[in-house]
Design a protein around this ligand. Structure first.
Ligand code: URA
Ligand code: URA
Length: 208
């Protein structure tokens, strides 16, 4: 089965949560660290592959590394990351409970939005991460991450506030923490989205 076919398989593979998942992800990371598929590779300090529980049931997906992430090679460690940590903690998640990654693994210059060809080049890494980690739920942070994964051009308002099924994953879309730093008014809606996520997470985990 190819990765694409397997992502579309509505039946969760029981083999997803084994020691080999950890091995898969480590070897994937080693390969990604050497990636030179797009121009961003010439400007980066570090590839920001992602981190967290390799068998997480929740995969948190942001847009792209910023300056601090590029410097450290870790996702969400700057100001947005500190806010993300608070949001996760308030919802009962430690960083080590979940897996955190981005659509794009290398920092775009001046933090501009990723270009279409950069997203296309980078997507196979994310698809393989999804395959290896095999989460039950995705938290899609911001419109770029959500439009990329869901393959639509909907606005944040049209995507947030509900569960969206994509392949075998139950997705929640909410505001990007960087957007919340600019517009604290959106924190209330983010809180609602996270409460919904938590309730569904507890339910799917209970049901195996
Ligand atoms: N913003 C993102 O989308 N991802 C990060 O890793 C950091 C900031
Ligand atoms: N609008 C967007 O496009 N993204 C956000 O995160 C918030 C509002």
């Amino acid at each position: 089965m190819t990765i694409q076919e397997s992502l579309f398989d509505p039946v969760r593979k029981p083999s997803g949560k084994t020691g080999s998942a950890v091995h898969d992800l480590d070897s994937l990371r080693s390969k990604a660290l050497l990636c030179h598929q797009c121009q961003l590779s010439t400007m980066r300090r570090n590839v920001v592959f992602g981190e967290g529980n390799p068998q997480a049931d929740l995969f948190v997906i942001g847009e792209a590394p910023g300056a601090e992430e590029d410097a450290q090679g870790r996702p969400f460690v700057g100001r947005s990351g500190q806010l993300l940590d608070k949001i996760l903690l308030a919802t009962g998640f430690e960083r080590r409970d979940v897996y955190i990654g981005n659509i794009i693994k290398c920092r775009p210059p001046e933090n501009r939005n990723p270009l279409g060809d950069e997203i296309e080049c980078c997507k196979p890494w994310l698809m393989q991460q999804l395959e290896s980690i095999n989460p039950k739920m995705l938290l899609l942070l911001g419109r770029v991450a959500a439009n990329t994964i869901l393959g639509n051009t909907l606005s944040m308002g049209a995507m947030r506030g509900r569960l969206i099924r994509w392949n075998r994953f139950d997705c929640v879309v909410t505001y990007h923490p960087a957007a919340l730093l600019r517009n604290p008014n959106w924190k209330r809606l983010t809180w609602e989205d996270m409460q919904m996520l938590r309730a569904h997470y507890d339910k799917v985990r209970l049901n195996g």
